[in-house]
Design a protein around this ligand. Structure first.
Ligand SMILES: [Zn+2]
Length: 284
């Protein structure tokens, strides 16, 4: 399969499109999600059980159960921050290696040159710092979200009103909270992996002198806007990406919902339009 395609609108200017894919990113996302879910288990499961047991056995009044939830919330935030530092650092290393390989091999295939030398250390440093800070903050925030739900469930049980969701018992409600906290952790893993991958692509391309990219969707039924797919209509958060497939965009002029990979759950990627005369690297 040829990896070099000539873009019809740019052929005359000797521009080519560096074809790449998201293939392989799934494994990074899955490993990260698994790690975050197990951190959630380690941090929440025993403490939630302790509150539930204390309250249900009558050892804890509703007030002391609520206070315990508040104290545990702060402890859990600290512990999550600690676990997240390590998990996000490893995640970042993997995704950086992945994105760098995709970038250099796509340029090699399109232009026959080795782009290894233009991988800038400052881009790595900047993304490492901002990426880890952002992820740690999102992960730490799982705690206030979870314990707010715990306090609500305790109060609803105490007042004898309906429990949150469709839980039939307090222990069921607590179990639901643990489950939804794990699901939130998976969403963070999925969303942040796509965003970091897309940000790396953008920074590296712009740094290499790439001005334009070609939009590429995942090409399946889940692409928003695909008339015969699952989501034929776009919305404000995630516009019609099906229509953008194959079109050329400028890095300095993003669509209103962002470059590929920036809209929530977006799996699109940006294929660099390479103009050898404008790039930092030269052929031969
Ligand atoms: Zn998309």
């Amino acid at each position: 399969m040829p990896l070099l395609i000539k873009s019809t609108s740019f052929t005359k200017k000797r521009q080519v499109i560096a074809v790449t894919s998201r293939h392989g990113i799934q494994a990074i996302e899955t490993a990260y999600a698994r790690r975050l879910r197990s951190a959630v288990d380690a941090v929440f499961a025993d403490r939630l059980a302790e509150i539930l047991d204390g309250y249900e056995s009558g050892i804890l009044s509703i007030d002391s159960a609520q206070n315990m939830a508040t104290a545990f919330q702060q402890e859990a935030e600290r512990q999550l921050s600690f676990l997240a530092q390590d998990a996000t650092f490893q995640w970042f290393q993997r995704i950086d290696k992945f994105a760098a390989n995709k970038f250099t091999s796509s340029i090699k295939n399109a232009m026959g040159i080795d782009a290894q030398s233009i991988l800038s250390q400052s881009i790595y440093d900047e993304l490492l710092e901002t990426g880890i800070a952002q992820n740690v903050s999102l992960i730490r925030n799982l705690s206030p979200e979870a314990y707010q739900d715990v306090r609500k469930a305790l109060l609803a049980d105490f007042q004898g009103v309906g429990l949150p969701g469709d839980a039939k018992s307090l222990s069921g409600a607590i179990k639901d909270i643990l489950g939804s906290t794990k699901r939130r952790a998976s969403v963070i893993a999925r969303d942040q992996t796509a965003k970091m991958n897309s940000q790396m692509a953008q920074e590296r391309q712009v740094d290499a002198g790439v001005t334009y990219y070609q939009w590429r969707t995942a090409g399946d039924q889940r692409v928003v806007g695909n008339p015969s797919g699952l989501y034929p209509k776009g919305n404000a958060k995630h516009m019609n990406h099906f229509d953008r497939n194959g079109k050329i965009f400028a890095w300095n002029d993003p669509p209103s919902d962002g470059h590929p990979g920036e809209a929530i759950m977006c799996r699109c990627i940006a294929l660099a339009v390479l103009n050898p005369r404008k790039m930092k690297i030269q052929e031969g």
